[in-house]
Write a protein that binds this ligand. Structure first.
Ligand code: CAO
Length: 426
């Protein structure tokens, strides 16, 4: 038997329980949502820390809870059946939920369904009452919850309300029957079992969250990728010379720490790559801090934890931060705060292979640096071919903010920084 307590929910205290999603005697699996909490800023689900049977539910709708409050018990071993985002961490839904920009596939705001008699629309300031599950459902269908009236208790929006809203919008918007969202025809449904044996597996929680985020970025941002190469022969020799020192400091120094350092230097020289467009796309918000997201490949999908204040850290600090964050990412132990506040991201596939690729900008950031595998290449030095270690770089950028020439300058600057190790300490 294990007590289920409210994990670290950030700065929130005495948060209202707005939904209890299980009953005594229910069998649950790790990560199944148990209760929904709602503060004035966010709605969050508290997931089951492991498998088992629900008993002694200690809270009711309307109760207020804080970190450490006991909400129920789970009979059984309460061991997670796989290392997801839990236990002890709240679903990353909250972080995503608060920051979600408009979905490109959303049904256009200029064609809302007509107000029904007696219907009251929520005001722009009011937070629509809907659980994260319903919000996710609405987002997947391209529905804006702020425009939907809830028929549940206290005006809560239910899945049925989302479906009814979509049906009305489809019926009233000419042409929407043939196309979804921004006019992109849907991929036709196919019964694959006609062609052979199949197996259907649910997507992991991370994939369910990262999928719409990637699609949103891909559809919203006019992407261009600039490819370049850097000669890292001397840098690699320098990195290897640090091996002993690194082992003493408890950090394994990979190329990535140097790449982060060089990127900060480029962000200072080219401030537009450390910026985001304002929500109305009318201005550029330039950031004076230097946090870098690093894409980490985990068994459950891609996550991008953020290394903070890269400008204030040395190579050893960065190597330690990176090892610690990627370890927690792979064990499903990241907290929502670990995923927030990034300025620019790096996606390094260098440990795996490849010669170049086109990473998707991690919106609302405006650029992402892709790094492929370095390899010894014969380079003409004016007299003969010399074997040099060449690192491929792929900078994807938001062309609304960064011009091609600027992207080329950024890459050339990065290449120069890598070629001359001393520049990295500038
Ligand atoms: N060229 C050649 N070798 C490289 C390299 C490069 N560009 N980058 C790393 N390596 C080497 C490392 O030196 C290390 O070698 P040794 O084991 O011999 O010391 C090995 O590859 C493995 O490195 P690593 O991947 O463990 O460490 P890292 O610091 O380079 O990267 C991390 C850390 C978390 C970024 C990486 O593990 C990872 O998850 N990469 C995948 C990112 C991803 O999925 N991106 C795609 C996003 S879009 O879908």
């Amino acid at each position: 038997m294990a007590e289920v307590t409210i994990p670290d929910i950030g700065d929130f205290e005495a948060v209202e329980v707005i939904e209890i999603l299980v009953s005594n005697g229910d069998d649950v699996h790790a990560e199944d949502p148990l209760v929904t909490l709602e503060s004035d800023k966010a709605t969050m689900e508290i997931p089951a820390p492991g498998n088992g049977t629900i008993a002694n539910i200690a809270v009711s709708v309307g109760d207020r809870v804080s970190e450490g409050s006991v909400i129920m018990e789970i009979l059984g071993n309460a061991e997670p059946d796989h290392p997801g985002n839990l236990p002890g961490t709240v679903s990353v839904e909250r972080a995503v939920e608060e920051k979600v920009p408009p979905v490109p596939g959303e049904i256009p705001a200029h064609s809302p369904p007509p107000t029904l008699p007696g219907e009251i629309r929520p005001t722009a300031e009011k937070i629509p009452h809907a659980s994260p599950g319903v919000r996710r459902f609405a987002r997947e269908l391209g529905a804006d919850v702020s425009k939907i009236n809830g028929s549940g208790p206290k005006g809560r929006i239910l899945k049925e309300d989302v479906k009814a809203w979509i049906k009305r919008a489809l019926a009233e918007t000419p042409g929407l029957q043939e196309a979804t969202g921004s006019g992109i025809p849907p991929i036709p449904e196919i019964d694959f079992s006609e062609f052979g044996e199949t197996e259907t597996r649910p997507l992991s929680r991370i994939r369910k969250l990262s999928g719409p985020h990637l699609q949103r970025a891909w559809l919203n941002i006019p992407h261009v990728t600039h490819h370049d190469e850097a000669d890292i022969t001397e840098l690699e020799a320098f990195r290897k010379s640090l091996k002993e020192e690194a082992e003493q400091s408890g950090a394994k120094i990979t190329l990535l720490s140097f790449i982060m350092k060089a990127l900060v230097s480029a962000m200072k020289k080219f401030p537009r790559i450390n910026a985001s467009l304002s929500p109305d796309n009318g201005s550029l918000i330039l950031k004076k801090y230097f946090n870098i997201g690093v894409a980490v490949d985990t068994p459950h999908g891609l996550v991008v934890p953020v290394v903070r204040e890269v400008d204030r850290k040395n190579i050893f600090d960065l190597a330690r931060d990176l090892a610690e964050l990627s370890e927690r990412a792979r064990n499903g132990k990241l907290k929502p705060a670990d995923l927030r506040g990034g300025c620019l991201s790096i996606s390094s596939l260098g440990g795996i292979g490849g010669t170049s690729f086109t990473p998707i900008v991690n919106a609302p950031e405006v650029a992402i640096l892709g790094v492929s595998r370095s390899r010894i290449t014969p380079v003409w030095n004016g007299e003969s071919f010399a074997p040099r270690l060449i690192l491929p770089l792929s900078l994807s950028y938001d062309h609304r903010v960064v011009d091609g020439a600027e992207a080329a300058r950024v890459c050339a600057y990065l290449a120069r920084s890598f070629e001359d190790v001393r520049r990295l300490s500038l």
